[in-house]
Ligand binder design. Sequence first.
Ligand code: BTN
Length: 242
Amino acid sequence: MIKKIYLSEVESTNNYAMENIQEIEDKTVVFADIQSKGKGRNARNWVSEKNNLFASLVLKPRFDFQEKHTLNALAHYTAVVLARVFKKKYLIETKIKWPNDLLVDRKKIAGILIETIIQGYLLEAVIIGIGVNLNLGKGLLEKIDQPATSLNVLLKKEIDRDEFLDFLLKEFFLQYDELLEKGFLLIKEEYSLRNMFLGKMVEAAAFNKKYYGIAKEITDKGQLVLDCNGIEKIIDMGDIIC
Ligand code: BTN
């Protein structure tokens, strides 16, 4: 059974989950109407105005935190689940930009920020922060520092946030246990098919370094393989910039 914690306003649902992690049970979603300091990846902020989805899924699976690939698998799985929701419920095709941005026509519609709480060698909790542009106005879309879109703009109607969230949670838990058991391999094919940069020249950033090369493939562990002038570079964590 999924537990829900609703907040009308909060700094960041990820921070709220982090600060209250002892009291929050496994498989709980924290969601809010407004975030005053919504966080994006790479220290960016996440525009967080009413009628969009700001949710943090708190999970307490038992695995060694050094198994970072399981964390990558969880983040990639969340991206695949979001893609399934867009397709199944709204008939919208999305692409994934490695590692886990969701795009429509090269414009971002959803993002994922995964954070962990570690105790000794054990992972106490994983917090999967999910932001989805459901009802962003045109003015706000233009203010975002990267090309962005919103579901209401694509469908030309208002989107019900709670309906989206319920569908997302149902989809997420359909294969969650299987994902923990099998890891990224469970979704590798679907993830790769949705990946918009495979076979293309990209710029990727990892730990303050930039790499240019052809995005060759995604490994069995969800890493990005770049062909940099004949030299293969495997990137664990980072971003495709363009
Ligand atoms: C990204 O930069 O693509 C990740 C965006 C993640 C935003 C979500 S909104 C809910 C949760 N709380 C936060 O402060 N951030 C995440």
